[in-house]
Each structure stands twice: as C-alpha cells, then as structure tokens.
Design a protein around this ligand. Structure first.
Ligand SMILES: Cc1ncc(COP(=O)(O)O)c(C=O)c1O
Length: 388
C-alpha cells in the first residue's frame, strides 16, 4: 500500500494530542470575560520566564515584533546599525528595518552555521549599536565570545531565539545571555501556539518595563502614552494554549534529539554533512538540516521514498530581491553562500512515529551506499583511463 508522504512538520498532530486540555484552556478564556492581556498572558509570562531562569518575560504579537521591540527598548535608533547574519529567516532583518535601523551582515561559522564572532570587529563602525545573533535551526550561537566582543565595543545584544526554545550553552538556556532575547511561538516552533505569538525575555527590569510600554502605545497606565509605542500584545487565547504545551517542551525536545541522533547515525559514513555536535552546547533540533552535494538528485530520492523535504532557506537574506545589493557586509559572505547551494531539511519533530524515523534513516543509508558506489565506480573508471 502506498504510504502518505511524511510531512516536514506536523503541528496538527501535536495539537490533537493535547486537544482536550487545549479545549478546556480555551473555555477558561471564554468564560473569563477578559480577552486582552488577562490572567493567561500574565501566567504564561511568569511560566516562560521561570522555565528559562530569566527574571522578566513580556508576551507580544509574534517573534518579529519581539525582536523589533527588544531592539527599540535597548536603545537602537533609526539610522543606527545592527549586525546580524544573512543565514536566517527574513524576519530577523525585517525586524531591524521595522524600527528604521540598518542591518549589517557577518558571515557564519561552517560548523555551527551561526554568526562567526571573528568577523564582528571588522564590521563594527561608529554607527553600530547592537548585535543580533541567531540560534539557527536550534544550534546555539557562540554567546560567550559574542558577549565579550559586545562588551568591549559597548554594544547591546538581542538574541534571536525563534528556533531555539530549550537550547543551551554550558547548561544555560539561550535567551538569558544577551541584554534581551526574542522568541517566536509560530505553530511549528518547538513551543508553538495556534497562531502568531511571541515574547521578549530579559533580566533587566528597566528594559522589561520599556518593552511592556512599547507593546501597548507607550502606556504604563491605560490611555496615557508616555512614549510612542505600538500594538503588539500576546493574545490571551494563544497564551492559554502555550501554557498547556509548555510542560511538554523538555520531553518534546528530547524526542527531537533522539530523532536527530538516529539520522546522524545513519549518515555516519556518508558524504552528506549532518549537523555538527558543538561541545558545550545542546541543540534544540528545531530543524535537522544536512548538506548534500547533489541536491536535486537527493531531493528526488527522498521525495520518491515518501519523505517531504524543505530548504531553510532557498535564498540567504542578502540574495533575496528585497535586500540584494543594499546591505553592508553582503559581499563578504563566502561561507553563507557556499552553504546555500547544499542545504536540505529533513522531517524532525516529536510526533514522528518510530517507523517514520526508521524509514527516513534507512533511506539515508541507502542514499549513502549508492553515492559511495557511484564514487567507487567513478574512481575505478578514472584509474582504468590512467592505466589503460
Ligand atoms: C530565526 C527567526 N527569527 C524570527 C522569526 C520571526 O518569528 P514570527 O514568525 O513569530 O514573527 C522566525 C520565525 O519564522 C525565525 O525563524
């Protein structure tokens, strides 16, 4: 019997697994009579801060707004530069431009695929105000070095944690290293809502107060705007759903890591490059991304075996029409550009059945032995030519 293709992500199954609790949480909101910034948002802010070991959390509309509001609150002004990476979701750069700031791109490290802090000093100008490292795919960026560079140059750091709920560096959760951090709870994230949702996390009470005001027209007191702000509040219904799912985050992340370990084991003797294991860090395995030399053929092979694949992302940000040719640093991104020719994302999420994980692992093994056989044949043909 033909099997259904294994999807790249499956937030519907996750929701179905906790449907009864979600429905009763939604009922609680329904009967509360308080639909904006009520008890659910307050409770989720407390619970998410407690999970991370961060003193303050402010729920906002989505992850892009979380980044923009955090940058605004740390004091980034229109026209000032913010150094980030081009190997990220466009959202990171959109958030910087949302507040009128100017993105600048640093190249990445080929192993972590995150910002390479060695490039920062060469990019810092009089106009630089902040750094936004991105914990891409769930792999923590090297926060120790990034914080040291920031401190030396008097720069603020806002971590983009949209893909890294529960990732750690030295046992400490990402999101607790910088001046502030931004999380997205987009439905497919490691902690996902049923729509858009986000949060800013910080240990600085003054910064927390600023973000709280900025998310709602600059109000500290209702209807009195102390500063210009915007409307980006975490929805009460989404907060209630996130509270249902938060207790499962650790267990779901462990399952993601198990799935990832099975794929990495299958790729042990392969020409494909698996995500690196970086000492001292724990990956959140939001996305399992391999590097392959013959991407179209690999994609056909996997899709033919009923495995949906993805590309995160088809283009780096500096290659996107909206950004091409206008972001400083774009001409010195050789590692980012080389990576983009080879990226391929495999299904990796907690709801994958054991048989799906086994099927994907076996398919990876089959691809690897075929590529070795092709390489061996190629080598012996070349040897024949040389000796013949
Ligand atoms: C790295 C990164 N940053 C920021 C965002 C923005 O989050 P949201 O979609 O909630 O605005 C995302 C979400 O896709 C992301 O992956």
């Amino acid at each position: 019997m033909q099997r259904e293709p294994i999807p790249l992500a499956d937030p519907g199954t996750q929701m179905r697994l906790c449907e009864a609790s979600v429905r009763s949480a939604l009922d609680r909101v329904l009967t509360s009579g308080r639909y904006i910034l009520g008890n659910e948002v307050k409770a989720f802010e407390r619970e998410w801060a407690a999970f991370l070991g961060a003193p303050h959390c402010i729920g906002v509309g989505n992850g892009t707004d979380a980044l923009a509001l955090a940058l605004w609150a740390v004091g980034v002004k229109a026209g000032e530069e913010v150094i980030t990476v081009s190997h990220t979701a466009v959202a990171t750069v959109a958030a910087i431009e949302q507040i009128g700031a100017v993105p600048v791109f640093a190249d990445i490290d080929p192993r972590s695929r995150c910002m390479n802090p060695a490039h920062l000093p060469g990019l810092i100008s009089k106009n630089t105000r902040a750094i936004v490292p991105v914990h891409i795919y769930g792999q923590p960026a090297p926060m120790g070095t990034i914080m040291a560079v920031a401190k030396k140059h008097g720069l603020k750091v806002v971590e983009d944690c949209a893909q890294a709920h529960g990732a750690t560096v030295g046992g400490q959760y990402v999101g607790t290293f910088g001046d502030a951090a931004a999380f997205s709870f987009y439905p497919t994230k490691n902690l996902g809502a049923l729509g858009d949702a986000g949060a800013v996390v910080t240990s600085d009470p003054v910064l927390a107060d600023s973000v709280r005001m900025l998310r709602e027209y600059g109000w500290r007191e209702r209807y009195v705007s102390l500063t210009p702000g915007r409307n980006s509040r975490l929805d009460e219904l989404q907060a209630a759903i996130l509270r249902v799912k938060l207790p499962y985050l650790d267990c779901n992340n462990s399952r993601r890591r198990l799935v990832a370990a099975a794929y990495t084991e299958a790729l042990r003797n392969s020409t494909l490059v698996a995500p690196a294991t970086i000492e001292g860090t724990e990956h959140a395995m939001h996305l399992y991304v391999v590097e392959c030399t013959d991407r179209p053929a690999f994609e056909r092979f996997l899709n033919g075996a009923g495995i949906t694949t993805g590309r995160h992302y088809p283009l780096a940000v500096h290659q996107q029409p909206a950004y091409a040719g206008r972001i400083r640093g774009s001409r010195a991104l050789p590692i980012t550009e080389a990576l983009y020719e080879h990226l391929m994302t495999l299904p990796c999420y907690p709801e994958l059945r054991d048989e799906d994980v086994a099927h994907i692992s076996e398919t990876l093994l089959r691809w690897s032995s075929q590529s070795w056989a092709k390489q061996r044949n190629g080598t012996s043909r070349t040897a024949e030519k040389v000796t013949g």
